[in-house]
Design a protein around this ligand. Structure first.
Ligand SMILES: *Cc1c(COP(=O)(O)O)cnc(C)c1O
Length: 372
């Protein structure tokens, strides 16, 4: 029941499934180590319980985007190695030092900065760009860097890292270019441990796998690579039905009268909307299907636009007595995956997860608690 706190919905996070997924990826990445990417509040699922669970499963290395996220991760993983993907924010130098957060250095300028301002500190990783054109030293810069450059020692650089742009698309030509470039950078800086694989790269294996894998989305049950089944579902989202109403052929439901009903039927109004991360683009309109919810195993398509706090679904296929005020509808479960919801909204499972927000009552299955 979603509602003892007065929330419109309940988000259940299955930490046992999360830990199982981490172990599956660990097997795929072996003999290399498997880290966990827990940025953006553990992909929206709660960084604290996510870190506690993965640490209990045996994960020793975590990646977050921001130093602030690193501080939270540190509270729940006192002995772990924690990398900050977005690098070194000079004004927060004391935070990196105090919480032993390792910046992922993305340019020569940043290498200077870390060596000067953080030297002899927590250590760092060096990011080389192999074709993504986002963060990282260019290949020219990386290959021109003297492996004995004192800045590398002073900054405590111990990991060489790059990020694949297309590992989710098995036959994309950029994959070979990036894996080959990364191997060249690694050969030039052989003293550093090496890390290339995200979730898709971990599942792809082969030349993506080095000393450390960095999966994110696959841990949380999202689809990482086309053609590969998702790992276990981690989220379940249930929302309550506020009202059920009869609607007539030719009428419409919701803002903009976006969808005209083709037949008489019944709609249920759910207590969740785009302010709960259920993206407005998941609504339906004439000639365009939206997402669907599920009641007692029956799919109930969204009808019309998603409002801020409300969604209408078509419950005509269900017996009248089975959907009433207070009935629970599922929006995410093993069948209604974050990827399926994302597809209906023209986006990806990653965005659905990280949009979920704070209005739901959250419950965690299998939280090991603080075991330090
Ligand atoms: C987010 C991120 C990851 C994890 O990617 P997934 O696709 O979620 O597995 C790994 N490495 C870097 C640099 C990232 O930014």
């Amino acid at each position: 029941m979603p509602n003892e706190r007065g929330a419109g919905g309940r988000l259940t996070v299955d930490l046992d499934a999360l830990a199982t997924n981490w172990r599956t990826l660990e097997t795929r990445a072996a003999p290399g180590e498997t880290a966990a990417v827990v940025k953006a509040d553990g992909y929206g699922l709660g960084i604290a319980p996510v870190v506690r669970s993965l640490r209990a499963a045996g994960c020793k290395t975590f990646f977050v985007a921001l130093p602030e996220e690193g501080v939270t991760a540190r509270q729940h993983a006192p002995d772990a190695t924690i990398y900050i993907l977005n690098g070194f924010f000079a004004e927060a130098a004391e935070t990196y030092r105090q919480h032993r957060l390792r910046p992922v250095i993305g340019s020569l300028d940043e290498l200077d900065d870390v060596a000067r301002r953080l030297g002899e500190g927590p250590g760092a990783a060096l990011h080389v760009d192999t074709g993504m054109n986002r963060l990282g030293l260019s290949m020219e810069e990386a290959l021109a860097l003297d492996p004995a450059d004192p800045r590398l020692t002073r900054a405590g650089v111990g990991l060489l890292m790059s990020h694949p742009a297309c590992a989710d698309t098995p036959d994309h030509p950029l994959n070979a270019r990036q894996t080959e470039a990364f191997s060249a950078a690694k050969a030039h800086l052989p003293a550093l441990a090496a890390s290339l694989a995200n979730s898709a790269g971990t599942l792809a294996g082969g030349p993506f796998l080095h000393d450390l894998a960095r999966p994110g989305i696959a841990l949380y049950g999202g689809c990482a690579r086309s053609g590969e089944p998702s790992l276990r579902a981690v989220v379940r989202l249930e929302v309550r039905v506020l009202a059920v109403r009869a609607v007539k052929k030719g009428e419409s439901v919701g803002y903009g009268a976006a969808e005209t009903l083709k037949a008489d039927g019944r709609v249920a109004i759910l207590s969740a909307g785009y302010a709960d991360g259920l993206l407005r683009a998941a609504g339906s309109a004439d000639g365009h299907a939206g997402a669907a919810a599920m009641i007692a195993g029956t799919l109930c398509p969204f009808v019309g636009r998603v409002s801020m706090d409300l969604i209408a679904i078509d419950v005509s296929a269900l017996p009248e007595a089975s959907v009433t005020r207070g009935t629970i509808a599922e929006i995410l479960n093993e069948t209604l995956t974050v990827d399926r919801y994302g597809e209906a909204a023209g986006t990806i499972g990653y965005e659905v997860l990280t949009a979920l927000g704070s209005r739901y009552a959250r419950s965690y299955i299998g939280d090991p608690g603080d075991t330090r």
